[in-house]
Design a protein around this ligand. Structure first.
Ligand SMILES: [Zn+2]
Length: 349
């Protein structure tokens, strides 16, 4: 089947009441790990690449790997998504390559570091929505600013510096027409999210629920949602790593989010931890080995295990065969004739 729009994928997830993990990739082994996990659990998937990933792998290598995945697993709906587009031009370049959805992160200025004003965010996001929808491509926007930095992108600081205001979320959804909305509820990018198991004072699930109540049909997106499990940290440290003690977003909080409108959950750090732990283990236990396959194979298997776990936990497992992909050209028709209207349903306070 053709690459699927995240809009269709998330509409289906909303119907089925489940969430879909969006896993970041930089290389072939990560794509293979995700696809094998999807096959193992019969899951639709979102594969996403940041600007850093596109620079690392080069656009053509990365995009053709996705096309290869699409050829090898025709039964699995795959969306290829741009993570944290920083400008109109970045989003256009992804759309021209063939990405089936893009994120325009207008919560930050083009430098990817400085928080932008609400008006700037609305203007740039709307511009991307107009361009993308005309071409059948879905758009994710962000309102509020995530904490931390990943791949050089982020405002840094705590996730609590710029949490999303529900009224602004409503206004943003109305003014931009995004297909999905990333919100800031205290999470951060990277491994160091929380200094203890997060409670409601640092991870604002009540805020997420309040936003969902106002925008009951809008697909919400949780960024910075790795769980940073202790066992993955331990493997790294057991074999010579030096991770400081840290906590991520507990899976049960993500599941509470999924009950309250969260349809896309971004996971990157957990996979990085799994890969690094597996490689460190081989280096420590078999220092005589030098064939990269000797450590890339266990690294890929470790990532597959984490991804498959998340697919089951998020509820997407078992849903790969529920629907056929709508072509991007037909998505464009749907945006034009209003059947894919993005005017949000807004509930009173
Ligand atoms: Zn993010």
């Amino acid at each position: 089947m053709p690459l699927v729009s995240t809009r269709q994928l998330l509409d289906e997830a909303a119907k089925g009441g489940y969430g879909v993990g969006a896993f970041n990739v930089n290389d072939m082994e990560q794509i293979q790990a995700i696809m094998e996990a999807a096959k193992e659990t019969n899951s639709p998937v979102i594969i996403q690449a940041s600007r850093g990933a596109r620079a690392f792998a080069q656009d053509n290598y990365l995009f053709h790997l996705i096309l290869a995945a699409n050829e090898l697993y025709p039964e699995i709906p795959i969306a290829m998504h741009l993570d944290h587009g920083n400008s109109f031009e970045t989003c256009v370049s992804a759309i021209k390559l063939g990405y089936s959805s893009v994120m325009m992160d207008g919560s930050l200025k083009e430098d990817g570091k400085t928080p932008a004003s609400f008006e700037e965010n609305v203007a740039i996001t709307k511009k991307v929505v107009d361009y993308a929808h005309e071409r059948g491509v879905a758009v994710e926007g962000e309102i509020g600013v995530l904490g931390g930095i990943e791949d050089g992108h982020g405002a840094g600081g705590s996730g609590l510096d710029h949490v999303t205001d529900p009224d602004q979320a409503v206004e943003f959804a109305e003014k931009t027409g995004v297909d999905s909305l990333a919100i800031a509820i205290g999470t951060s990018h990277g491994a160091y999210k929380f200094t203890k198991k997060p409670d409601g004072s640092v991870l604002k699930m009540d805020l997420l629920i309040a936003i969902h109540k106002r925008l009951p049909k809008t697909h919400l997106v949780m960024h910075g949602s790795s769980s940073v499990p202790k066992d993955l940290q331990d493997i790294i440290n057991q074999y010579g790593g030096k991770l400081k003690e840290t906590w991520g977003v507990p899976v049960e909080e993500i599941q509470l989010g999924i009950k309250n409108g969260v349809r896309k959950i971004n996971v990157d750090t957990d996979n990085r931890l799994a890969i690094t732990g597996a490689i460190r283990k081989v280096f420590a236990e078999s220092p005589e080995k030098f064939d990269p396959r000797d450590y890339m194979k266990p690294a890929r298997a470790a990532m597959q295990k984490v991804v498959a776990q998340r697919m089951v936990q998020f509820g997407q497992a078992g849903h790969a065969g529920d629907y056929k992909a709508i072509s991007i050209a037909d998505m464009a028709k749907g945006y034009k004739d209003g059947s894919l209207s993005t005017r949000p349903l807004v509930a009173a306070k």
